[in-house]
Design a protein around this ligand. Structure first.
Ligand code: NBG
Length: 791
């Protein structure tokens, strides 16, 4: 396709799809017209892919996930279709600025954090690798809330991404399933039948996800909840307008909002309904497709690999058994074995509060047949494993992690350390019974979005140096190794980073009126706000540094800009306190004329995928400072390393594997490891001891206590200080001194400009293994048993 073809197509869509006249078209109109023109190109690959899959009778991957944090799609599609030059030329020719048009797209935030973004990276890699796959999830009307600050406090507003026309999706009015809840289970003619008493319709919306070079596209199928019948005309005619619309409003509630929390349960009943709704609709769709293609039920595992992304879709176990046994007459044992042959489960966290449990009472009232089947599955497992010491429900609760484990043929962790800890802790007993079931698949990120399109300058340098195959074969980055001692390469590498930092500085100035020095170290911590991720460790170190600079303003300080971004769950009080504290500290430090040229603190609002794409290429230092044993993997850590920001971090999650690959000299390690964390926690008074031993730490805590950052309300952070100097479960104080020392090592390293650029470039050259293409290949061979197709 030439630029002229694309331009013609844009104009055609502007006129005939949007009914808009070029003379009066808005930015939004042009963006939609461009999106539709690009979408036309990808539909061809989409059809080719599904024809090839049917012709080969190939096994498909079904990725069930409550979250797909896809972000913007237009640029991804343009890059993967290799239309960058054509799009730029066509838009310029129409008098439009390509960057502004692309940035006009809302960021689809249908996820909370790492788990949802991983699902989006996986979808892109599955298409890149030409693996037949569907992603299944929920088409939330409101994605993750929009965050702003009022006097430093987080304020949440609904995300309205769907108020704009969503150009990428196709509504499938013919793909609708009736989903039931509640009711009763009866025996009818020797069969067990569940009669639900509430029902909603699950309506499919499809978004094609295009892979590298447009060779293949898979479908992201999101379910929207709709009423079975329109509205109540009788009531409407009686003038009861609100009541007439009630059934519709109730039905739609199910796909209204994404639960803004990745660690605790909320709105229990509605959440369980959401889980069942999308899981059951997806299974119905999978079986319909399988039967339409003439498959014999016993062969289902040969044709369908169903991946459960965390426990949210774990109800798939009993539901699939129900569909096979109750609805299709397969004997129960065989139904369990068949379901297990299809299902596999990824665990994404060991945090106890995130391992879902549902009260048996709620389960019985919402999903009465499933509760019976869970008991049958448990009994069958007990019969197979007489020495078992674990059951699917206890203390009146159904344990979804155990259930997913028992119903899966493979269970995976997301980094080497996390997988080991799974075996030793939460799944120790089940691992003893099924020693071959747990496998590791260390996470990865798609290099197309996270390097090629997010960082065009570095990408161009890499392509100039080793050719362009790295974009789909990231381990080729190793071939940069000889250039790591080439001054010309390192100069160009440093120039690309500096230009990215200038871009970010300009944007910070334009958007927020902040002025930062692009030659300072950009030290970045961006992720959900959570105590285990320890943003408060970072801010304590910032306060201590500020005090040291103040005490010795003529010292040889390395200028730093501390950048934070991230959302706290609305109900997570302590995390919101941390946000407010960072904002308060920023206000005081940024206004200090003595320290100003050395230290700035910025908390950017409304962190999302697009903001990450802007920050990561400009970062110098990547903060990955979780309490060891708590971060399952991390994927931001990989994006930073790939973009040449060395990590300051603990031996946690995938940090361990990143350090092994980039080399210990190119990673600022500090702190206790997972075993030491457990031992330290057993020391009574560990926090007080740590505070007494480090005057910098006690000084920083003292500033907070005395109200330096909250002059109008001196005791504002009493709770934070009490937590840190008391229980300090996440061992912020005990790791503080080691963290401080690591930061000073980072300063010294940064002051040596040549050494630093080599270290940064080493991170890029040695991070090729962290591609989600590699992760997907691992799932294909270890879990799914699927092969790529050749379109
Ligand atoms: C998150 C972990 C991260 C991990 C991602 C993706 C949840 C429940 N877990 O460490 O906290 O990288 O999953 O695996 O979101």
């Amino acid at each position: 396709m030439t630029a002229a073809d694309l331009r013609a197509s844009i104009l055609r869509h502007l006129t005939y799809s949007l009914g808009s006249d070029a003379d009066h078209a808005t930015q939004h109109d042009w963006r939609i017209a461009l999106s539709l023109a690009v979408r036309d190109r990808l539909v061809e690959s989409w059809f080719t892919a599904s024809r090839a899959t049917r012709a080969a009778g190939a096994k498909r991957v079904y990725y069930l996930s409550m979250e797909f944090l896809i972000g913007r799609l237009l640029e991804d599609a343009i890059v993967n279709l290799r239309l960058e030059d054509e799009a730029r030329e066509a838009l310029n020719g129409l008098g439009l600025d390509p960057v502004t048009v692309i940035q006009d797209e809302p960021d689809a935030a249908l996820g909370n954090g790492g788990l949802g973004r991983l699902a989006a990276c996986f979808m892109e890699s599955l298409s890149t690798l030409c693996v037949p796959a569907f992603g299944y999830g929920i088409r939330y009307e409101h994605g993750l809330f929009r965050q702003s600050f009022e006097e430093g406090r987080q304020v949440e507003a609904p995300e309205e991404w769907l108020t704009q026309y969503h150009a990428w999706e196709f509504e499938r009015r013919d793909v609708r399933f009736k989903m039931c809840f509640g009711g009763e289970v009866v025996e009818e003619g020797g069969k067990t039948v569940w009669h639900g008493d509430q029902a909603v319709m699950a309506q499919a919306f499809d978004t094609p996800i295009i892979g590298w070079q447009g060779r293949w596209a898979n479908t992201l199928r999101l379910w929207s909840a709709q009423p079975l019948h329109g509205f109540d005309l009788d009531r409407f005619n009686r003038g009861e307008y609100a009541a007439a619309a009630e059934p519709e409003a109730l039905a739609r509630t199910i796909s209204r909002v994404l639960y803004p929390d990745d660690t605790t349960e909320q709105g229990k009943e509605l959440r369980l309904k959401q889980e069942y709704f999308f899981t059951a609709a997806s299974l119905r769709d999978i079986l319909r497709r399988f039967e339409a293609e003439g498959g014999q039920l016993a062969d289902l595992p040969k044709r369908a690999a169903i991946q459960l992304n965390d426990t949210h879709p774990a109800i798939a176990g009993p539901e699939l058994v129900r569909l096979l046994h109750d609805e299709r007459g397969m004997p129960l044992d065989q139904a369990i074995a068949t379901a297990r042959g299809c299902l596999s489960y990824t665990n994404h966290t060991l945090m106890p509060e995130a391992l879902e449990r549902w009260s048996e009472g709620l389960m019985r009232s919402l999903l009465p047949r499933h509760m019976q089947l869970i008991e049958r599955i448990d009994a069958a497992h007990a019969a197979e494993q007489p020495s078992r010491n674990v059951s699917l429900s206890s203390d009146g609760e159904v344990r979804m992690g155990e259930m997913a484990f028992v119903m899966a043929h493979k269970v995976n962790g997301v980094s080497a350390l996390h997988t080991d800890l799974m075996k030793q802790t939460v799944f120790a007993e089940l691992h003893r019974l099924h020693p071959d079931r747990i496998v590791n698949e260390t996470n990865g990120v798609t290099p197309r979005r996270w390097l090629l399109s997010a960082n065009p300058r570095l990408s161009a340098l890499i392509t100039d140096t080793i050719g362009e195959d790295w974009a789909h074969d990231l381990e080729q980055l190793e071939r940069l190794e000889p250039s790591l001692t080439d001054p010309a390469f390192l100069d160009a590498y440093a120039a690309a980073k500096r230009a990215n930092k200038v871009d970010l500085s300009d944007w910070l100035a334009a958007e927020y009126g902040l002025s930062v020095d692009p030659d300072a170290m950009f030290d970045v911590q961006i992720k959900r706000i959570h105590e285990y991720k320890r943003q408060h460790l970072n801010i304590l170190e910032t306060i201590a540094l500020w005090r040291d600079i103040k005490a010795n303003p003529d010292g040889d300080w390395v200028p730093r800009v501390k950048i934070f971004a991230g959302k706290a769950a609305p109900g997570y009080f302590f995390a919101k306190e941390i946000i407010r504290l960072i904002n308060d500290v920023a206000t005081v430090i940024n206004a200090d004329p003595v320290t100003n040229k050395y230290l700035k603190v910025i908390f950017l609002p409304n962190y999302n995928v697009s903001l990450a794409e802007r920050l990561i290429p400009a970062a110098d230092l990547s903060e990955q400072i979780s309490t060891a044993g708590k971060e399952a993997s991390g994927t931001g850590n990989m994006k930073f390393a790939l973009n040449g920001a060395p990590t300051i971090g603990t031996l946690d999650g995938a940090n361990v594997e990143i350090r092994d690959r980039v080399g210990a000299r190119n990673f600022f390690l500090f702190g206790m490891n997972a075993d030491e964390v457990e031992a330290r926690r057993a020391v009574p008074d560990h926090a007080r001891q740590a505070i007494a031993a480090d005057p910098r730490l006690s000084g920083a805590l003292m500033e907070i206590s005395r109200g330096t950052f909250s002059p109008a309300e001196r005791h504002r952070y009493r709770g934070v200080v009490a937590n840190l100097s008391g229980d300090d479960y996440f061992l912020v104080c005990s790791d503080f001194t080691a963290y401080w020392d690591a930061q000073r090592r980072a300063d010294a390293a940064f002051a040596d400009a040549d050494g630093w650029r080599r270290m940064a470039a080493c991170n890029t050259a040695r991070s090729g293994w962290f591609s989600s293409d590699r992760t997907i290949r691992g799932y294909m061979s270890d879990i799914w048993g699927v092969a790529p197709l050749d379109p």
